[in-house]
Design a protein. Sequence first.
Length: 177
Amino acid sequence: MDLEKLFLTRQSTREFSDETVTDGQLERICRLATLAPSAINGQPYRLYAINGGKAKKFIPNIMVNGANKWADGVSAFIVIEQTAPYTVQRGTRTVTNEQFIGNDIGILTAYITLAAEDMGVQSCIVGLRDEKAIAEFLNLPEGTRFPLVVALGHSADGYPVREKQRKPFENVYKLIK
């Protein structure tokens, strides 16, 4: 798919078909996403791909206060765990990625959704989630951070690709010479 078409067709999908996402697709999406740039190449994350029957059992972890009811049709998830800041020594300077972790995870998430779309897999970024329940589900310590979850599947038949509604370009762009 060409890049412009990819950007125009990728959207948050909230109605999925019964078609499953394969383990191979999940692995490829994650492999491609980890090519995303990150501050001092710290890659401050771990990715957990949840598929098949485990995905159905995972759904309650993102059903917070009645939200995300559309997730019943999701066939797979990628959970992003935020890892500890990374520090390197560069000559006499100590450099850390701590203040850039949110940016790095945002870039990673964009790579996940675009890689998925390019493979014909639709996605929805889930911000509302129960981090404590996710940690329990993944058998990780309480307090482990999961800033985002990406729901994956194939859009339902007839699910429309919506026209992008964006601010006028001149409101968000200014060329300075």
